[in-house]
Design a protein around this ligand. Structure first.
Ligand SMILES: [Zn+2]
Length: 397
């Protein structure tokens, strides 16, 4: 039987790597960007649009799917791939980040995160075991451990306590994951949540650990030590892109990435702008996710080869050109800036759809250029050009 999960580095350029990550639902070329499918849908687009844009893997949000329509319902319907009509790789987060950011009256104890649902106010407890069970039911190819997302900045003592708790939670997640493991394609087990069962819909699921530790090098090293000692298929760097300056994030990535095994993919959670992504790739990161291309598209902000563009601006009212002359997406092939501005100003739902189609293509094309640059040893040149385009303020705001 093929291994559950594997990774091969094919080319290097400085600390950057390009390679192939193999999962139960296929191969992902890395460095890769994962569009975010919050509630079992990447907002504004269909699975067909995602394939057209070149997406090879997407991210699903455990918190949202757990509360609605429910992980057990999705498991009964065959798992998340079948439910949302996407048969390529999926990674799900643990639900912790949304429980912190969306949940009401939240409290963190050793047991887990207690919070009230943002939908109906009902009370829930998300435990490490529960987060593992929910993801077993959803059946992504990659599941994430539950970690504590500490609000930053925080005193070092608090960061240390939180980092140590995340490591204990990671151990509980792994124990539960191994307890559920086995060769049968569909298995049932007693769930961590009493009175329910868990259905494993993807028996070839991999599980990633998460390195925490804020912006304290010593705590990042401690977290890496503890998390690597547990042993996961691969590792992520968490707790960044939460409002710290970009230079701080780059610095944390620079000293944390080398602590992670060179033969496993490294995932930087929740990052970022095109420039952030390339900066992180050059420091050894392989996987990214971010709501920026989809959320900004709905707000009328478009990423182009010439920088960011705000489509509602009056100067586009008579502009017959495409959003991005360098782009071959459906939106750029078919519509003018004038038409897209009109749709946006008129509040047409199609504006969100077409802007999202373009922004996703821009992000995924950028990743393809990054991979190619690594092969040819020209990542520095690409980085300089993106820096020139994306570090200046909005050209037209
Ligand atoms: Zn386009």
């Amino acid at each position: 039987m093929a291994p559950v999960f594997s990774f091969r580095v094919l080319h290097r350029d400085g600390s950057a790597r390009s390679g192939e990550m193999t999962t139960a639902h296929g191969v992902v070329q890395t460095p890769a960007f994962m569009p975010v499918g919050t509630q079992g849908a990447v907002k504004g687009v269909t699975s067909r649009d995602l394939l057209d844009a070149g997406a090879e893997i997407i991210l699903g949000n455990t918190y949202h799917l757990w509360l609605r329509p429910g992980d057990q319902r999705i498991a009964r319907l065959g798992g998340l791939h079948r439910f949302m009509g996407w048969d390529r790789p999926i990674l799900t987060d643990s639900g912790g980040f949304q429980a912190f950011s969306l949940g009401g009256q939240r409290a963190i104890t050793e047991a887990g995160i207690r919070f009230r649902s943002h939908l109906d106010g009902s009370e829930h407890l998300l435990t490490p075991e529960g987060a593992t069970d929910i993801q077993a039911g959803l059946g992504p190819d990659i599941a994430m451990v539950l970690d504590e997302c500490l609000a930053q900045p925080a005193p070092v003592g608090e960061v240390r306590a939180s980092t140590e708790r995340s490591a204990r939670w990671a151990r509980r997640c792994r124990d539960r994951f191994l307890q559920l493991g086995g060769p049968a394609p569909l298995r049932h087990a007693a769930a961590a949540d009493p009175g329910t069962t868990v259905t494993v819909t993807n028996a070839r699921q991999a599980q990633f650990g998460i390195i925490q530790g804020g912006t304290v090098p010593e705590l990042r090293a401690l977290s890496a030590d503890r998390t690597l000692a547990i042993g996961f298929e691969a590792y992520a760097i968490g707790g960044l892109s939460v409002g710290e300056p970009p230079e701080t994030m780059y610095s944390v990535v620079e000293y944390t990435a080398p602590l992670l095994p060179a033969d496993r993919p490294r995932y930087l959670m929740g990052v970022g702008t095109p420039l952030d992504i390339v900066e992180a790739v050059s420091r050894g990161i392989d996987l990214f996710d971010c709501v920026m291309p989809t959320r900004n598209a709905r707000n009328g902000q478009v990423f182009t080869s010439e920088g960011r563009l705000t489509i509602k601006n009056a100067k586009y009212a008579d502009d017959a050109g495409p959003l991005d002359p360098a782009c071959t997406c459906y939106t750029c092939r078919t519509y003018s800036r004038a038409y897209l501005r009109h749709l946006f100003v008129a509040g047409e739902i199609t504006a969100s759809v077409l802007n999202t189609v373009h922004n996703l293509r821009f992000y995924l094309d950028t990743m393809a250029r990054v991979r190619q640059a690594i092969v040819f040893g020209t990542l520095e040149t690409l980085k300089r050009s993106l820096r020139a385009t994306y570090s200046r303020p909005l050209s037209d705001s």
